[in-house]
Design a protein around this ligand. Sequence first.
Ligand SMILES: Nc1ncnc2c1ncn2[C@@H]1O[C@H](COP(=O)(O)OP(=O)(O)OP(=O)(O)O)[C@@H](O)[C@H]1O
Ligand SMILES: [Mg+2]
Length: 273
Amino acid sequence: MHMITAKGLNVRHGQKAILHGVDFQARSGEITVVAGPNGSGKSTLVRAISGELAFEGSVTINGVDASAMKAWEMAAVRAVLPQETLVTFPFTAGEVVRLGLTTGIFSNRAVRNQMVEAALERVGLAGFSRRIVHELSGGERQRVQLARVLCQIWEPVGEEGPRWLIMDEPVSSLDVRHQLAVMELARDYAAGGGGVIAVMHDLNLSALYADHIAFMKDGRFVAEGTPAEVVTAEVLEAVFDCALKPGLPPRDGIFVLPQSAASQPTNLSLAAE
Ligand SMILES: Nc1ncnc2c1ncn2[C@@H]1O[C@H](COP(=O)(O)OP(=O)(O)OP(=O)(O)O)[C@@H](O)[C@H]1O
Ligand SMILES: [Mg+2]
């Protein structure tokens, strides 16, 4: 029961069908990565299972029908890092992070301030709470938003069961060290009993950290499994329409060398090493 499941999800934008009867599941204690080409429907899926978008079909969170959950119940059990967040007012980093604490659990102001500081520290932004968000770099802003999301569901398990950290491209603006730090944070959250769903474009990071990868294409899942099962040349070519060559690096894990933007590499002698 400690899962997020979606069954038969259909999402339309106007006349256009975006998700076509999608089934999906993610287990707590694991990192589930959703990957696939631009426009394939990943963010749409994330928004649907987060209750932010109208859909046909069913979504359950820890066995509870999401459509029957009140907004505050949803907010207590899952937090969502959107692909993009527009901050229109010159808030400080601390004020943005504090928005994650609106569930009312922490009524004591000193405790709230400690939480904000702890969350900023957790994303490598200790001492940033008074900085104006507009004056931060893109990667710093992305981490401020992650700190906000973390504040909302700080403990990976609550009375209602596992909590869910849902992130749409959490490392897209980050340098390599911070990419690793965020993936390790996700791993810690899952190891603590929480669930993590992350939309990712980086196949190497996905292969390294995901317990389960689901590949989406044209509004449908076309392959899913452990990295070892699905990070294969055949699956990657079918998903991304370009030639990719998975291999084993000198240490544990799988890595992917991009070969060519075309499905069939034009220079096979180079590609074949
Ligand atoms: N509000 C909208 N109105 C109309 N079409 C939309 C809307 N939002 C998304 N779409 C379309 O739905 C499809 C899926 O979009 P979605 O944002 O889910 O893709 P994605 O897989 O997250 O892509 P990316 O990797 O670029 O973030 C795209 O074709 C997009 O143009
Ligand atoms: Mg997206």
